[in-house]
Write a protein that binds this ligand. Sequence first.
Ligand code: 7RM
Length: 644
Amino acid sequence: MADQNVYPPSPDFVKRACVQGMEGYRELYQQAESQPEQFWGALAERELSWSRQWSHVFEWNPPFVRWFVDGKINVSYNCLDRHLATHRKNKVAILWEGEPGDQRMISYQELHRLVCRFANVLKNRGLKTGDRAIIYMGMVPELPVAMLACARLGITFSVVFGGFSAEALKARIQDLEAQIVITCDGAWRRGKEVRLKQTVDEAVADCPTVREIIVHKRTGGDVPMQAGRDFWWSDLEAGTSESCPAEELDSEHPLYVLYTSGTTGKPKGIVHTTGGYLLGVHMTTKWVFDLRDEDTYWCTADIGWVTGHSYIVFGPLSNGATSVMYEGAPDYPQPDRFWRIIEKYRINIFYTSPTAIRAFIRQGDQWPNRHDMSSLRVLGSVGEPINPAAWEWYYKTIGRERCPIVDTWWQTETGAIMISPLPGAVPCKPGSASLPLPGILADVVDLQGNPVGTNREGFLIVRRPWPSMFRTLWKDPKRYEEQYWQRIEGVYMTGDAARRDEDGYFWVLGRVDDVMNVSGHRLSTMELESALVRHPAVAEAAVVGKPHEITGQAVAAFVTLKAGNWDHRDLAEDLRRWVAHEIGSFAKPEQIRFTDALPKTRSGKIMRRLLREIVTSNAVAGDVTTLEDLSVVTRLSAQHDDES
Ligand code: 7RM
């Protein structure tokens, strides 16, 4: 710890920054803490366009909160219409590059037109405020167009990541009781077509609420269209009006639901609403990325995850930024695709994940070194803790020691960035997300809610509601209350462990529950285990995260089999395919070990902690006194890695 590097912003950077120096940061933080109503009220008034003023800034009936009570606002209006009366009307809003190399530069005027026309399509199909849409598309501009069109009308949407299988898609459509699915024929990934419409067809077979499917043509692949149910986007759009007034929506109208893994097999529908969410993503985009009007900004996330919602679509567009969107894989056709994009469009702000960074490190410095990336000014990281070695590489090899790195800690639930350096204010320490943003009263506590001491490990919590926080779980307010607000009375429990150092910096250590993080995708052990035991050969399964150089964690599965004559090698392959089918390919176990028993406590709980030790070090050093049968562990530790 003692010889740890600290990187303060350069004096030049500070001079031009939106929040300047530690004094600037402290002043904002102090205002937000001591007078939250005035602080957020003034920002909402200055930064957003409302069609009706609110009566109260917030109303806190723990654990439920409402922000900008009685206010009326529209997210699509704030991301589009209000820029049309400014110098931004012909500015590029979405700068898109397809995987095959095609390009589109869509100005704010043009994006507004596309959104209005598609909103009219939805209206013509009979959809209205309060209805629900599922969006299952690849990374094409029509994806944000669909989101903004829904937002314009108050149709609550849920974007489902294109990597999810038909089963996973079906569960989300059913839970949301969606009337419509918006999709593409396919998407390009590493030169191959991912057939999205085919997956939708499989999924909707069991979804009686779905009346229609709208299909945007991206790949031109062969897709069967069911008459009366399936429609091409372009056919419906032909001849529709370019004008569509934005609905004046209640500040608490549900904007979207995003499903995320919890500790049970059933994914949770995180509900985000309108006014507070927009203010949160708007302000954090400005503060954290130090966004300037002339910047070209690129967040490499997929819009299927919250990072894409908040920091490709709503945060940047609300600020009138140029947001870059790339369709395909980072290593296609070669490992320098990202660096080519940075050079070609002179990207100024680049926001990616530790998983991606670790993959780049492995490919070698020759790939970034052959590109001119001097346009870069701010680098960002999100999704997992970034290990100091990867941080240093990112700083030197990508930022050429000129760019602050904002290590942004937040969650699907928090809606917006919570803990991160402000690049012109807070000195960076590699591996630490540093200090909480204004209005975020974060702390590290024990189970009684008492702060633990300096450098002590504890639960990361937040004491006060903030504008962009989720409001509830879709159709499950009870689970919302129990899971997030009652474990430690009266505070928001993040589910992460953390410690604070002598400077008050937060070091996030990872999840305290049984949730894994593979390539920045959240996966619950329960979800994976329930998928595995649905396979006819499997008796029991236990899944743990195994540290992985590139993806952070990889899925390791321990499986006991039903009686029968199984060929382990074939079966392991079959189980991987099975998981890909049940959840998605990203969830495939890297390692499957067959065993005759799982280590369990006397009360029958699988001791995943021991399995974690086994996959990490092939030995068990921790406490085994609650174990029912010690020989199980001895046998498992003696097995080799590839013994499947
Ligand atoms: C944005 C996002 C949330 C979980 C969170 C953490 C982990 C995310 C960081 C991080 C350490 C970071 N939403 N996490 N960012 N851990 N440092 N900068 O990732 O809902 O999908 O995941 O991800 O465990 O609780 S998420």
